[in-house]
Design a protein around this ligand. Structure first.
Ligand code: ZN
Length: 188
């Protein structure tokens, strides 16, 4: 079952950080994270069938990353490169032609947006992408940052809110306002 998004060849479906550490049982689990997988898989199939690009970002930190609590950062240790926690959720149906984008790979800088420091915007423009359809984890952190940066980089943005989950449920309303104020469309 899909959300009936009309995908086309100028769209990219951007699946944000569907990694073990952000799902139940992970180091920085988001409530409801794992439950998003079947719906996201259906969107991946619908996007591919319509000739859209599929991109999966991942948080991909070195050990002792600056965002970790023992380094003075806001988060527990999570998504350390090449660990099970950093792996994509095992049921996420990524294909060989899914683009994998790793972010926040430097010791000394964090990045919430999949566009930050990755070169992704330029690549998508080269491929003729005009709209980015965003889902994944977590709504109020990396999904929001990714959607906002997509707007700043000149893409149309559609957020699939039902295929996201927040770290802080109380932040959802503000988050939705911020996104719509920035010109993103939000599909409930
Ligand atoms: Zn992180």
């Amino acid at each position: 079952m899909t959300l009936d998004v009309e995908y086309g060849p100028h769209d990219a479906l951007l699946v944000v950080d569907m990694q073990n550490d952000f799902c139940e049982g992970g180091a920085l689990a988001v409530r409801g994270g794992a439950a998003l997988v079947p719906g996201i898989n259906a969107e991946i199939e619908a996007a591919r069938a319509a000739g859209a690009l599929v991109v999966a970002s991942r948080d991909w930190h070195p050990v002792d990353h600056v965002s970790f609590a023992h380094r003075g950062g806001p988060w527990p240790v999570h998504c350390v490169q090449d660990t099970e926690g950093a792996a994509f959720h095992p049921d996420l149906a990524l294909h060989d032609d899914t683009l994998r984008v790793s972010k926040a790979t430097a010791f000394d800088a964090d990045a919430y947006s999949a566009f930050e420091g990755t070169g992704l915007a330029g690549y998508l423009k080269e491929k003729g992408i005009e709209r980015v359809v965003v889902c994944g984890l977590a709504l109020d952190v990396c999904v929001k940052a990714t959607a906002l940066e997509a707007r700043r980089r000149g893409f149309d943005v559609l957020l699939l809110e039902a295929l996201t989950a927040p770290v802080d449920p109380d932040a959802v309303d503000d988050c939705r306002c911020e996104l719509t104020d920035a010109g993103a469309k939000v599909r409930p």
